[in-house]
Design a protein around this ligand. Structure first.
Ligand code: GDP
Length: 198
């Protein structure tokens, strides 16, 4: 993907605040501090388009970024700071659920997971929930630079098993080395093309 432009358009909480357009949107979800901002910045070749290391507990907003005047990358608030994370509704809130269920322009969700961490119920429930609602997902395992190749392979095996998905469903990524960037773009492009073909 050649990036010609990437710009912040607006933040929103309620649907009436979402930007008005007919372009496809790809949303990014993940636990706070997982590396979501870093991934988006690497994708669009910008250091600080999305602010990194946000203070937890701040007002939660959905941020919309327009890329190449052609599609939007949508940064959903991070989850996981709740003291008792339960179901999606409790741990992440109606803000995200409303966006995911109501947004007609949504083509798919990129879920970002730390490759070093065994996914918990929040992640497993979220992926199930996306499937139940027929929302396509891309699963990105980030911070791979923090593990050796053999550790990566072991973690990948464990995570694939835990989600009961296929190896091909996961993309290994590092915000530090940028490895995996083109694979993430290929998957996003496929989601965007999918929708245009319908
Ligand atoms: P967010 O809260 O999910 O948006 O996470 P950030 O993108 O702000 O990243 C949280 C912290 O992890 C920051 O200190 C980043 O520099 C670091 N980080 C993010 N991605 C990677 C990665 O792939 N490798 C390494 N080594 N550090 C990363």
């Amino acid at each position: 993907m050649q990036i010609n432009s990437a710009e912040f358009i607006k933040s929103a909480q309620k649907p009436h605040q979402y930007p008005v357009h007919d372009l496809p949107e790809i949303a990014f979800a993940g636990r706070s501090n997982v590396g979501k901002s870093t991934l988006i910045n690497v994708l669009v070749n910008r250091k600080h388009l999305v602010k990194t290391s946000k203070t937890p507990g701040r007002t939660q907003l959905i941020n919309f970024f327009l890329v190449n005047q052609a599609f939007f990358l949508v940064d959903l608030p991070g989850y996981g700071y709740a003291k008792v994370p339960k179901a999606l509704r409790d741990s992440w809130g109606p803000l995200v659920e409303t966006y995911l269920l109501k947004r007609k322009q949504l083509n798919g969700v990129v879920l970002i997971l730390d490759i070093r961490r065994t996914p918990g119920y929040a992640e497993l429930n979220f992926v199930d929930w996306l499937q139940q609602h027929s929302i396509p997902s891309i699963l990105v395992l980030t911070k791979t630079d923090k593990l050796s190749k053999s550790q990566q392979a072991n973690q990948l095996r464990a995570i694939v098993k835990r989600f009961a998905r296929n190896r091909e469903d996961f993309i290994l990524f590092s915000g530090k080395t940028r490895s995996g960037r083109s694979l993430v773009w290929e998957s996003i492009e496929a989601l965007i093309a999918n929708e245009s073909a319908e």
